[in-house]
Structures are given as C-alpha cells and as structure tokens.
Design a protein around this ligand. Structure first.
Ligand code: ATP
Ligand code: MG
Length: 315
C-alpha cells in the first residue's frame, strides 16, 4: 500500500463551551483536543488503515503527549514528530460567534511548531513515502516550506504523487513567502482539493468550470471541490462527477475538510472509482461535523460503512 505523508502543525484546541464574542472575560472552556489541520488529515488517513506519517514538532508537555499518543494509537507513523526541549506545544483557543463564524487565538508560530523542518527523522519518513499531502495553512513557517519543497521533489522524482488543499483565507495570501510557496505547491500538484471559492485563488477565470479547465490545462490531473453541506465535485479530463452531501446536524464544522480530504486521497490512491471515493469522503466529512472537537470525528472504514448503511446506500 502507498504511504501518505504530510508536513505541518500539531496543536491542541481549547474551545469555549458557549458561543459569543472573544475571550476578554472568564468563560467555561473544554479541551484540550488533539488538532492542527495536517494532524487531523493524517489521523483520518491512519484510521482508514493506510500507511502514513507526519513531519511535525510538539513541546515536552502534556499537550504534546496527548497528540502523539493519539496519532500513534490510530496508526500513524510518529517517528518524525520532534520534541522541542523548551517551547510548548502549539495551541488554538476557539469560540464560535453567534453567527457560526469563529474567533481564534493562536499560539503556533512561536510554539514548538517553529522547530518543524528537514530533520534526519523527517528525511527518513519522506524517503519511505509515495504521496505527499500539502496543507496550505501549514506554509506559515520557513522550515515547513523548505521541508515541503524537499519532500515534493524527492517524492515526485520517484514517481510519487502530491495532493494540495489550500485551506487558506485571502488575508493569509499576503504573508511573506506565502504566494511563492502556494504556487510551487500548485505546480507540483496531481490532485487539487479547494473548498468553495478557493478554486479561484490561482486562476484568471472567475467562473467555476473555466477555472477548473484552466487548472487541468496546467497539468493538474484531478480537481475536487468541497462544497460544505452541498457535497463535493470531482473533475478530470473526462468531466464532472457531483455527489451531494449527507443530511446531518452540524455540531462542529472544524476538521470536516481535513477528514474529507484524507478519505478522498486514500480512496484515490487505492484506485477507487471517483463517485465511490466522493461518497466515502462525503460520509467522512458528515461524520466529522456531527462531533464536537476537531479530530474527534475521524472515522474507521467500518464506521463509514455503518454510516452509509444507515443512510440507506452503500458506496
Ligand atoms: P474546513 O472548515 O475544515 O477547512 P472545508 O471548507 O475545507 O472545511 P467543507 O466543504 O466545509 O470543507 O467540508 C468538507 C466536506 O465535509 C463537504 O464536502 C461535505 O462532504 C462534508 N460536510 C461539511 N459540512 C457538512 C454538513 N453541514 N453536512 C453534511 N456534510 C458536510
Ligand atoms: Mg478547509
């Protein structure tokens, strides 16, 4: 089986219990939860039984232990997660606003994540991998960017593949080096997985079909657009396959895109037909939004099969 790796942040997430604005007064909190977009992605890949690992770093503290034990238990290779001797594990405090948007306080850039880079353990993991998943939100730090560059060239050189989820807000585009890192990722991407309007991040076209055509003409083999509660679409040279989302109560949307991406990439690498892969990925995303906590809604294949069975259809 092909081994999937990703490179990026591992953090804990601590959530306000009640919706509201900000953190300027004492409020009930719940957590820590294992988190970080690349970590959620790789946990979901591991739960599907695919060989996988992550290049990352945590602090020498309980938040690090919580994350590493969780990823190891679910089956991910944690050998390239460094332990920073002094800096704490990254963290994110999140509070849902009454309108459903989120307020965040991040401690990532100056956390143990600052040590993520091309360590000997990272090189070993990269050299044993067949597929790299690039999470755009991880490109905030030079060490991560250069490790991703190196992993991209080594994996592509031996015939491996790259998937890319931009997972980025427009404001982040103007961070130093971000555009160059995103463009490099796009140039090497086989499978591009934007959500909604992210499809237009790199295109001149501002109409979806034209934007997809533009991306495919640049050498990307497959584009998958995540459409939240509407479902997802798969595009390749042969056209579009759309699969609607499952109807579920949305309890916590955090992690849905990462879990969806992990399921789709895994199914794609297993050579699964596009409609079936989208159905499994939609089911994985639907299960993720139904659970509070970013990584708490990841699924095993048995759980996905049960979900599909209860929804009245097999993939
Ligand atoms: P994230 O906030 O994690 O970055 P995203 O924008 O990358 O998310 P979404 O499109 O929100 O990704 O969600 C990914 C997939 O999860 C969707 O394509 C869909 O299959 C599923 N999903 C998301 N929200 C819902 C929902 N409310 N009901 C059912 N399925 C959902
Ligand atoms: Mg996303």
């Amino acid at each position: 089986m092909k081994k999937i790796i990703t490179i990026g942040e591992i953090v804990v997430e601590i959530m306000a219990v009640e919706p509201g604005h900000g953190f300027t007064t004492a409020i009930p909190l719940v957590g820590p939860f294992a988190s970080g977009a690349p970590a959620i992605f790789i946990d979901q890949v591991a739960k599907l039984g695919q060989p996988c690992g992550i290049v990352s770093a945590v602090g020498n503290d309980d938040f690090g232990v919580l994350n590493v034990e969780r990823l190891a238990r679910d089956g991910a290779d944690v050998s390239a997660i460094g332990v920073h001797p002094t800096a704490a594990t990254g963290s994110a405090f999140v509070r849902y606003r009454p309108d459903g948007n989120r307020d965040f306080i991040y401690n990532i850039r100056h956390s143990a994540c600052s040590a993520i880079g091309l360590t000997p353990e990272a090189e070993k993991l990269i050299d044993g991998a067949n597929h790299l998943h690039i999470m755009g939100s991880a490109l905030f730090f030079d060490g991560i960017v250069s490790a991703i560059f190196e992993a991209t060239s080594r994996i592509k050189a031996k015939g491996g593949t790259v998937s890319f989820d931009p997972n980025i807000r427009k404001e982040m585009l103007e961070l130093p080096g971000m555009r160059a890192a995103l463009s490099h990722a796009l140039e090497n991407t086989d499978l591009f997985m934007p959500s909604g309007a992210e499809i237009f991040l790199f295109t001149e076209a501002m109409e979806e079909k034209l934007a997809v055509a533009e991306l495919l003409a640049r050498g990307i083999k497959v584009v998958v657009i995540k459409r939240g509660a509407d479902g997802a679409s798969y595009f390749d040279a042969a056209g579009e396959v759309f699969v609607p989302a499952f109807e579920v109560d949305e309890i916590d949307p955090t992690g849905a895109g990462d879990s969806f991406g992990a399921a789709f990439v895994t199914c794609w690498l297993r050579g699964m037909e596009s409609r079936k892969a989208l159905t499994i990925a939609n089911a994985t995303g639907a299960r993720a939004v139904g659970v509070k906590g970013p990584m708490e809604g990841t699924s095993t294949m048995a759980e996905i099969e049960t979900f599909l069975h209860n929804q009245g259809g097999a993939a």
